[in-house]
Ligand binder design. Sequence first.
Ligand SMILES: Cc1cc2nc3c(=O)[nH]c(=O)nc-3n(C[C@H](O)[C@H](O)[C@H](O)COP(=O)(O)OP(=O)(O)OC[C@H]3O[C@@H](n4cnc5c(N)ncnc54)[C@H](O)[C@@H]3O)c2cc1C
Length: 483
Amino acid sequence: MSSVRRRMANLANSVCFKHSVALRPDRRSSPIGFRSFRRSYVVSSSDFANENREFVIVGGGNAAGYAARTFVEHGMADGRLAIVSKEAVAPYERPALTKGYLFPSDKKPARLPGFHTCVGSGGDRQTPDWYKEKGIEMFYEDPVTNVDIEKQTLTTNSGKLLKFGSLIIATGCIASRFPEKIGGNLPGVHYIRDVADADALVSSLEKARKVVVVGGGYIGMEVAAAAIGWKLDTTIIFPENHLLQRLFTASLARRYEEFYQENGVKFIKGASIKYLEAGADGRVNYVKLEDGTTIEADTVVIGIGAKPAVGPFESVGLDSNVGGIQVDGLFRTRIPGIFAVGDVAAFPLKMYNRIARVEHVDHARRSAQHCVKALVSAQTDTYDYLPSFYSRVFEYEGSPRKIWWQFFGDNVGETIEIGNFNPKIATFWIDSGKLKGVLLESGNPEEFQLLPKLARSQPIVDKAKLQNASSVEEALDIVQSSL
Ligand SMILES: Cc1cc2nc3c(=O)[nH]c(=O)nc-3n(C[C@H](O)[C@H](O)[C@H](O)COP(=O)(O)OP(=O)(O)OC[C@H]3O[C@@H](n4cnc5c(N)ncnc54)[C@H](O)[C@@H]3O)c2cc1C
């Protein structure tokens, strides 16, 4: 090990005891123990002729793409980094799959290589050639099936054995599915997690007449908007009272619901699916609800959430509350040399003093960058994430209007809504007099840039003044002046 790398490893060892109170009890009770954070670094040859890799990322998604970029920026990728992915393609900006990817075929849908990472954040487009040029070894369509923590080895589905110095787990999530016995695997029933899923959905949409979208969250809202672009008879069904219940207020959701309805989407709220039924051709034909209602459908898209893809890494240490792999503020698991980032990581959300798992692309990017910087440089600052969510729909040419909202902060406390959705609307979450969260629809770039500043500073706001604001612009001026 070079002296620089030895210094870094020592530094990493020394900081691990100084923080993350929430993680400590688990470390003590760890069956593996909390012995030392030092790993033996096994440096591979530059052409990867042996089975040893210095750095291995498992997962070829958003976080992996941004982690690779950070390794490159620090001159630590060439001949040292390998990425093992379940997918057949290089990492890409996954959110595109329910946005540009689902544009109708005559509206220039997004296709690879157009949205490889890091197009979403304005970086180089990391095509398969980019990885080759940077000396990063890629294993495609070969998921990791086993990890041996003591021997520092991974086994892949095809039987490869890879020894790692440091391992970054970036396996993301898997879409929750309906059980097979209620028709969850019928032809015409879709789940969207990767580009292969999106391809299958596009080929169904090409022939579809009646689409049922199950779930009123991001995926449901985005797929229903896409189906309108395809001019399909579209019904959205969910058990809650309104769209995106975990973020939107009822009043805000009503604006979006009205817009979807004006554009032909039918809503069935407060409903649960009993089973999906096949027609004579074996394809899904009907959706049966618990209350006995039957809805005809030749294409069903299920967007009912996702689960962290922890297998086969359970032994690394899971968080029992939020699921996922437990890490500290530098994305270290309790096993020295093993890290987890992105959707799969349960990390300390410093701002709100709680452990969280965040399934959003902004966190995937930032956590990957933070983890790699801590691993290969002297950075010791712990991750301090500000939750942010966004969605963009109806963006295809000729759509009724574009919808683009962003949210920053925590949706706690009472709310004040300003604006009429024509086109702007803003919701402010205020708790104990402090502005905790803010959502803005159809803002301009300067307005969107203000949101993280507000959510991060949590200014005390004059509620009466804010309530009386006559426009979104005036409301933003009022809260900005409290900074
Ligand atoms: C359709 C869709 C739309 C979305 N839209 C938005 C949005 O608008 N805004 C937003 O903020 N977020 C959005 N998200 C969420 C965002 O895409 C995720 O938060 C982000 O992709 C997480 O990055 P990740 O690298 O942790 O996981 P992923 O990008 O999911 O990557 C995980 C990778 O690991 C691979 N993998 C899993 N297990 C193994 C294994 N054992 N061996 C090898 N490889 C494995 C997977 O195949 C995948 O390639 C969306 C997600 C989806 C699915």
